[in-house]
Design a protein around this ligand. Structure first.
Ligand SMILES: NC(=O)C1=CN([C@@H]2O[C@H](COP(=O)(O)OP(=O)(O)OC[C@H]3O[C@@H](n4cnc5c(N)ncnc54)[C@H](OP(=O)(O)O)[C@@H]3O)[C@@H](O)[C@H]2O)C=CC1
Ligand SMILES: Nc1nc(=O)c2c([nH]1)NC[C@@H]1CN(c3ccc(C(=O)N[C@@H](CCC(=O)O)C(=O)O)cc3)C=[N+]21
Length: 297
């Protein structure tokens, strides 16, 4: 029988741990606070940011929802982030990706103070991750690691094939899985659009992680019996449905499930974990900035 990994349930467990940490911080007189900055008018981004705000409320993190006009000059974003960097009551800052084309991505990534960079995208934090001493583990990769752990799947010694090499998912995940220590020690292959014969790689894998943005790219034919399949993809298809869209991953769920030992669904897989690990990073930031020791599993 194939296990369908319940990301909502694992995320709820993480939120419970985070809630306990919030209590410790509150007892010490610290209210952890996250600021999200949204500078685009995409409906998906608006949905995610609203969900992040609601998650914060649920665990007792104060949340601030900053919205900027997508047509505003880039300096408005940088001034906003700079003000948030300077504020003592703000511990975590997230600039929702994507930002408009006239805002240079590299500057966005460097703008957030490394101590408040709960995405883990600042070059200093990326450097620390690669060097093996992460400050913040980026939320989606950390969520994938927790999902594997929740299933009792130890990546150590296993062939893990990550499809996708983005800054936000593929690269940081490959680095996390490669680290010495718990949740790491995997033999990692990173595939991308220039990879020859993707299926030859995925068929060899014990664990396949798809983070591509192409609906159904990885199907059952590309997998060997017994593989663990983690589907990071979130794609909106079927614009003509009542809701206006249907969510699908980068994995063709039914054919992959027929081969897999364990598989994550979309929705209800990695997505909720990304949001849960953001809460985790926010209390970690508050604990470190305010110098209040906490227990973070
Ligand atoms: N669940 C969650 O919490 C999150 C989900 N996502 C979702 O994950 C997916 C990936 O996002 P993100 O990493 O930001 O995407 P990017 O578009 O930044 O990166 C996509 C990667 O996939 C590679 N790729 C594209 N086409 C192919 C192909 N045919 N074969 C092999 N590789 C290919 C690209 O290669 P190349 O580098 O050569 O261009 C690139 O490395 C999206 O669906 C996104 O919505 C993203 C973040 C969080
Ligand atoms: N600075 C920054 N950090 C991010 O972490 C970041 C970002 N920008 N830009 C966009 C991507 C995407 N992302 C998701 C988060 C949660 C769900 C999620 O909760 N998904 C639910 C369903 C969502 C729905 O119903 O639409 C699920 O899969 O079950 C999905 C995707 C974070 N991202």
């Amino acid at each position: 029988m194939t296990t369908v990994i319940d990301g909502n349930a694992v995320a709820a467990d993480v939120r419970e741990d985070v809630s306990a940490v919030v209590d410790t911080l509150t007892d010490a007189g610290v209210t952890p606070r996250l600021a999200t900055v949204l500078m685009n008018d995409k409906q998906a981004s608006e949905t995610y940011v609203s969900m992040k705000q609601r998650d914060c409320e649920e665990v007792g993190i104060a949340a601030e929802d900053v919205r900027l006009d997508p047509d505003a000059p880039a300096e408005e974003l940088f001034d906003t982030v700079s003000d948030l960097n300077d504020r003592d009551d703000v511990h975590g800052i997230l600039v929702q990706d994507p930002t408009p084309d006239h805002v240079p991505d590299e500057r966005v990534l460097s703008a957030v103070s490394p101590a408040k960079d709960v995405d883990g995208f600042h070059p200093e934090n990326v450097g620390r991750l690669v060097a093996g001493n992460p400050r913040f583990k980026p939320c989606t990769p950390h969520g994938v690691q927790k999902l594997l752990e929740s299933e009792g799947i130890d990546p150590a010694g296993k062939e893990v094939v990550v499809v996708g090499r983005s800054k936000i998912v593929g690269k940081p995940l490959a680095n996390l899985l490669l680290q010495k220590g718990e949740g790491g020690n995997a033999t990692v292959t990173v595939c991308h659009s220039r990879t020859d014969d993707l299926a030859a790689h995925t068929r060899r894998a014990d664990v396949v992680v798809a983070a591509v943005g192409v609906p159904g790219l990885v199907d059952g034919d590309m997998l060997t019996e017994g593989t663990t399949v983690i589907d990071v993809g979130i794609n909106r298809v079927d614009a003509d449905t009542e809701k206006g869209y249907r969510l699908v991953g980068d994995v063709d769920f039914e054919s992959a499930k027929a081969k897999a030992d364990a598989i994550t669904p979309v929705p209800g897989g990695v997505g909720p974990m990304t949001r849960a690990m953001l809460l985790y990073n926010t209390v970690k930031a508050a604990s470190e900035i305010e110098d209040v020791p906490v227990d973070l599993p």
